[in-house]
Design a protein around this ligand. Structure first.
Ligand code: DC
Length: 226
């Protein structure tokens, strides 16, 4: 079986753009596997925090990334057999993930683990470099974004729904700083690749965004089978 014949849809974009939600919905609709690549960086961040490792110790961070004992199963994420699905969603983990993701050695240690998710009948994945670095031959590449203000508002709503108090101004500041770091790093920066389609969800519902992705994918399938 040639791995490159297995279809892949990549959805890259900034934090809180809704790419995870859209990617999961599209994956469910198509019956494809789903990879949340940001979760891998967040897992490295969680383990780093738990082990009290200096975040400038690149050799140790890389070692954590290489040896990560994780399982993604039934919408849960396990680290060393323990469910950490909610733990890795903290702002602390997200910010540390963004910092350690700037190290090329850490990124390299996670490449094969990500590519291993490419299995039949197909894969939908979200992140920052899915279309540019991990799956450059993806069938459909999307750059999904929304204004920083809308993303801060959406994150605020999510936190309030969970009963967590939050301040929109702080969230907006956080999002702007994370965008800045993820976009300006020298290795695999967040950017729209030339062959990716732009999907701005600022004024779209989740269902409209999902439909756009499915329509594009169906068009590509129709063209390749014609
Ligand atoms: O998608 P997310 O917010 O869960 O990702 C957390 C951080 O991980 C993000 O700020 C940058 C990093 N990341 C990355 O560098 N490359 C990816 N493919 C996914 C995430």
């Amino acid at each position: 079986m040639n791995i490159h014949t297995i279809p892949v849809i990549t959805i890259d974009g900034p934090s809180a753009s809704g790419k995870g939600t859209i990617a999961q919905l599209v994956a469910r609709k198509l019956g494809f596997h789903y990879l949340d690549s940001g979760a891998l960086y967040r897992l490295v961040a969680l383990r780093t925090l738990q082990s009290c490792i200096d975040i400038d110790n690149i050799a140790q961070l890389t070692d954590i990334a290489r040896k990560l004992n994780t399982v993604f199963k039934d919408n849960q994420i396990y680290l060393d057999g323990k469910i950490v699905t909610d733990d890795i969603r903290s702002e602390q983990c997200g910010n540390l993930a963004s910092k350690l993701a700037a190290h090329s050695q850490v990124r390299a240690a996670l490449i094969e683990r990500q590519r291993a998710f490419r299995q039949l009948p197909g894969l939908v994945t979200d992140g920052r470099d899915m279309g540019s670095v991990i799956f450059p031959d993806a069938n459909l590449k999307i750059f999904l974004t929304a204004s920083a203000e809308i993303r801060a508002q959406r994150r605020h709503n999510q936190l309030i729904e969970k009963g967590i108090s939050a301040n929109i101004a702080d969230l907006l500041q956080d999002i702007i700083e994370r965008d800045e770091r993820d976009s300006n790093r020298s290795i695999a920066p967040l950017q729209q690749c030339t062959d990716a389609r732009l999907l701005d969800t600022s004024s779209l519902t989740i269902s409209q965004a999902q439909d756009s992705v499915l329509t594009w994918y169906n068009e590509i399938c129709a063209k390749t089978s014609a």
